[in-house]
Design a binder for this molecule. Structure first.
Ligand code: SF4
Length: 98
């Protein structure tokens, strides 16, 4: 099973059993901290991850399949990109078609 598959399996189990998954348990506004560009908000999300019942599986997933953006497994995108040497490219949200 892939690390993504294992994470999804754990999240489904935790969702149905009432486990702690802060990024899913947070309300709509607080949930934005996991995808925020603001380092302060990301830090709040990363700290909340430390109480997650899927922390290990989430870290394994993001280590195996590094995503450029967002907080996973208590690790911010800046920390992850620093470790991997990846330089994230901002997403074009201007609406201009190429
Ligand atoms: S460790 Fe992963 S699944 Fe858990 S709250 Fe953080 S981002 Fe969400």
């Amino acid at each position: 099973m892939t690390t993504r598959g294992e994470l999804n399996r754990q999240l489904a189990r935790l969702w149905s059993s009432g486990g702690r998954v802060p990024c899913l348990d947070a309300g709509p506004e607080a949930r934005g901290a996991w995808t925020s560009d603001a380092s302060g908000e990301q830090a709040v999300a990363a700290r909340a991850c430390l109480g997650c019942d899927a922390l290990g599986a989430c870290r394994e997933f993001v280590t195996a399949e590094p995503d450029e953006w967002g907080v996973y497994g208590g690790i911010t995108d800046r920390e992850r990109n620093h470790r991997t040497g990846h330089k994230a490219t901002p997403i074009d949200i201007s609406g201009d078609a190429a």
